[in-house]
Write a protein that binds this ligand. Sequence first.
Ligand code: C2E
Ligand code: MG
Ligand code: MG
Ligand code: MG
Length: 288
Amino acid sequence: KSKETGRNALRFFDPAMQTVVLERATMEAGLRKAIECGQLLLHYQAQVVEGKRVTGAEVLVRWMHPERGMVPPGDFIPLAEETGLILPLGNWVLETACAKLAEWSRNPETEYLTIAVNVSAQQFRELDFVETVLRIIGKTGANPARLKLELTESLLVDNVEDIIQKMYALKASGVEFSLDDFGIGYSSLSYLKRLPLNQLKIDQSFVRDVLVDPNDASIAKTIVALAQSLGLGVIAEGVETDAQRSFLADAGCHAYQGYFFCRPVTVDSFEKFVREFAPEAIPLEILS
Ligand code: C2E
Ligand code: MG
Ligand code: MG
Ligand code: MG
């Protein structure tokens, strides 16, 4: 018996592998239950525009696991995508966000706030995606003009005509689109001018070292210039320091999201942040 066969035979009964399979099955059952039983929670992270107050928030989903505590989305979104659970999960996120938008719109102090929702390529691919979004907007009474859908470049490997058609259908009712994690994907730049986007979102991997890595600095500046020349807005994610913010401002990017301003927090903490984030609370040089 060869060493190879022995290894293969062994692998079949590999207890480590069995653990992985079991863990996955348990996770999947757990996630299904989490969606049904209200174990999901949204954190809100402020989006800030220079010289203005907070313009809105991006919602980021968390799983309040009964044993494991708060599970970050990186640990369960991929599984949700593989198992199709991303559809009920995504609908829950969208409906919760839209319900909050409707609530905010009834108060003049909060009616201007926008919410950005991450949408997986798989959700967007659904035949009835447009109807689903419009149904949720109608049901909750959200103002569609305050809803921003964050798409990623991974979407663009699909049937682009179909994507463009769906985007226009939603845009017609006022929904906006932001291209998330821009620059790390592999999309053709020619798509950019065909998609009815409102905003590019500079990926945090470029922001992180923008002050120390000349390549990241060039990429960040290029994305800002690209957005400007296409007539799109631009926002930087992962802004952790005032020096990064200042670099981006000099490059022409005046919208930011990141720990420097506010971490992703509960909706109550976010609302408190909005109330307290008076322009005088902004570092003075931002307002100049
Ligand atoms: P993303 O959409 O690019 O979200 C930004 C991520 O960067 C968030 O991680 C956020 O907490 C983190 N972040 C924000 N500011 C800073 C900063 O200053 N420094 C650093 N180091 N990180 C910062 P999070 O919440 O772990 O989410 C990770 C990813 O999971 C998101 O990336 C998004 O792709 C996905 N995700 C989150 N919620 C949802 C959802 O409801 N649906 C879908 N499909 N995906 C989601
Ligand atoms: Mg996002
Ligand atoms: Mg992002
Ligand atoms: Mg990112």
